[in-house]
Design a protein around this ligand. Structure first.
Ligand code: F6R
Length: 591
């Protein structure tokens, strides 16, 4: 939610900020803006809409200078218009800030500042921080920023420029991501790693509550009390191509096609506890929650470990029983999802051992967990999550196998050879994309889709429906197949697509009966099934897509791929912006 970028060095700040914001635009694309310092003056250009509009505006009014900040917005307070676009400044335009997060006490601050004569020009929570900095400014921007932070509640990563100080860029974070990077004569800041990859891979993450001063000579970190801390850098191995679309028209299609690679290697493990737990809680949001559902299935089925998947934002309202011998697995592609972070903190406080499963080294969740599993999926930039999901599902399966072996409770053997075959099955799946495209294109305007399945297939149905509504804006329901006739079957109408996923032999016939029930009521029925199920599926469905011949236990990791493609081609057919669906942002850093 919102992306911030900052630069100080020797090159044109405007160019570096615009390029960085383009990489960050998956975090929000309601408006964008930059501020560049030239000697003792701040120049600002901002606009409603996306980065290309900002680029156009900057072409008309080029900003000269080698120090600047930029922002791409996902609106929280106030509509997407020029006035609410960041950067925000104090009344005299001497201090400019960009902000990612939410200042929760903005109403009180606004009242206090208004009473002191400050005039607000926007509806944003951020503007109060700009005026607050002016109120507290004593000639030392670092001291002022640290002091201002004592008055701010909520989450924020703020970058600030001060016209009086042309040799430094300031920033502070609390609960929102902030990555700093440096190379000879230049320092950078950003909300995420991919925006920095063209410039540097030597990165630093300030601790929560810390501030940093970025100079041409390097990065200087300071605790909330103003004590200097030596910056520790880490190296990221993601390459530049992984953050570019390459030959693909969209990041989503590229990322769908990167799944064989994402399933190729196991997650990188950091300090997993030596003992397997006797129960597990799995926390996540959206697609990551669906990975939790699958993870819980594997924990119970493979390792005999009772496992409880929870939607992170709901988990917080659950009664707080203390845990004994329980692992909390927090699943998050970005590692920055506010609800997951809060829920993980709560589980930790209840006594669970926290294990983070993330795609993002250096993220908040990764850093707050004593143990972590890092998925090798590479940066995921399309708002709709695809490769991160399949990589999470595999990582959870591997964790279940590991814990099952440790406890001596492994219920069903899967050979290493079978796991090594996953990338091939993913590739095989991708080669059928034209058949999926041919099926969905004539139906892209259908008003409602149903996805059904049982057991692990019900999880795939949920993920398929989420992907579908997220990028096509078409209502899509997912139901455990057996649950349909308890109410939702009333929605079935003539020609409505009902898509069943059948990869679990024990549920095949029951699901096919449910599919026939839909067909009897006029639905157009589709079935995705394993090869040996094809004959039965053809009896119940109008269209059958045959998945690769793989063990049913591994099928949920692969069977989601054609359903990602289904959503993708439907969205393309409707002419929608696949990578940046409306109202959404990739990294949800507000609760
Ligand atoms: C859906 C999607 C979201 C995310 C969710 C959690 O395609 O991408 O539902 O899965 O916002 O994000 P992370 O995994 O970053 O915690």
């Amino acid at each position: 939610m919102c992306g911030i970028m900052g630069y100080i060095g020797t090159q044109s700040a405007q160019e570096i900020l615009l390029n960085g914001l383009e990489h960050l635009s998956y975090r929000g694309y309601d408006s964008a803006g930059v501020a560049v310092q030239k000697e003792n003056r701040l120049q600002i250009v901002k606009t409603r809409g996306r980065i290309d509009l900002l680029r156009q505006k900057c072409q008309d009014t080029p900003l000269d200078g080698t120090l600047g900040i930029g922002h791409t917005r996902w609106a929280t307070h106030g509509p997407a218009n020029d006035l609410n676009a960041h950067p925000h400044t104090d009344a005299r335009g001497r201090i400019a800030i960009v902000h990612n997060g939410v200042i929760e006490n903005h109403a009180q601050l606004r009242q206090m500042l208004t009473a002191r004569g400050f005039v607000f020009r926007s509806d944003t929570d951020t503007e109060c921080a700009a005026h607050l900095l002016r109120l507290l400014y004593d000639g030392d921007m670092l001291r002022t920023l640290l002091l201002a932070a004592r008055y701010l509640t909520g989450s924020y990563a703020i970058a600030a420029l001060c016209a009086d100080d042309p040799s430094a860029l300031y920033c502070i974070r609390s609960g929102s991501p902030l990555i700093l990077g440096t190379r000879e004569g230049e320092s950078y800041l950003s909300s995420d790693i991919p925006a920095l990859l063209p410039y540097t891979r030597e990165l630093t993450v300030p601790e929560d509550g810390e501030a940093a001063v970025l100079r041409r000579s390097g990065i200087y970190l300071f605790s909330a009390k103003g004590q200097r801390r030596r910056a520790q850098t880490f190296h990221v191995s993601w390459d530049m191509q992984s953050a570019e679309k390459g030959v693909y028209p969209h990041f989503m299609l590229k990322e769908i096609h990167e799944q064989p690679q994402a399933l190729h290697s196991p997650p990188i493990i950091r300090k997993l506890p030596a003992r397997a737990p006797s129960q597990a809680v799995l926390l996540g949001c959206g697609t990551a929650y669906h990975a939790c559902l699958l993870g819980a299935y594997y924990m119970e089925r493979l390792a005999g470990i009772p496992a409880f998947p929870e939607i992170a934002s709901e988990y917080r309202s659950r009664i707080a029983f203390p845990y004994r011998d329980c692992a909390c697995i927090a699943v998050s592609q970005s590692g920055e999802t506010a609800d997951t972070i809060s829920a993980a903190r709560m589980a930790k406080a209840r006594g669970a051992v926290l294990v983070t499963l993330t795609n993002t080294l250096g993220s908040t969740l990764e850093r707050m967990s004593p143990a972590a599993l890092l998925t090798p999926a590479g940066p995921e930039l399309s708002v709709a999550s695809t490769k991160a999901y399949t990589a999470q599902a595999l990582a959870l399966l591997q964790l279940a196998l590991r814990w099952g072996r440790m406890r001596g409770t492994l219920q069903e053997a899967l050979s290493e050879q079978q796991l090594l075959h996953l990338p091939h099955w993913a590739q095989e799946m991708l080669s059928s994309s034209s058949a999926i495209q041919a099926y969905i294109e004539p139906r892209a305007d259908q008003p409602l889709f149903f996805f059904i399945g049982r057991g692990a297939d019900a999880v795939t149905a949920r993920e398929a429906a989420l992907k579908f509504k997220e990028i096509t804006y078409t209502p899509a329901e997912s139901y455990p197949a057996g649950e349909l006739k308890h109410g939702a079957i009333a929605l079935i109408h003539e020609g409505m697509p009902v898509i069943a996923i059948c990869t679990q032999p024990e549920w095949l016939h029951k699901t096919l009966v449910n599919l026939s029930e839909c067909r009897a009521r006029g639905a157009e029925c589709v079935c995705f099934c394993l090869p040996h199920m094809e004959k039965d599926a053809r009896e119940a469905a109008d269209h059958v897509f045959v998945l690769p011949d793989m063990p049913p236990l591994l099928a949920p990791i692969i069977s989601v791929i054609p359903l990602q493609l289904l959503a993708y081609y439907a969205a393309c057919k409707k002419g929608l912006d696949v990578d940046k669906p409306r109202n959404l942002a990739k990294s949800v850093t507000v609760e």
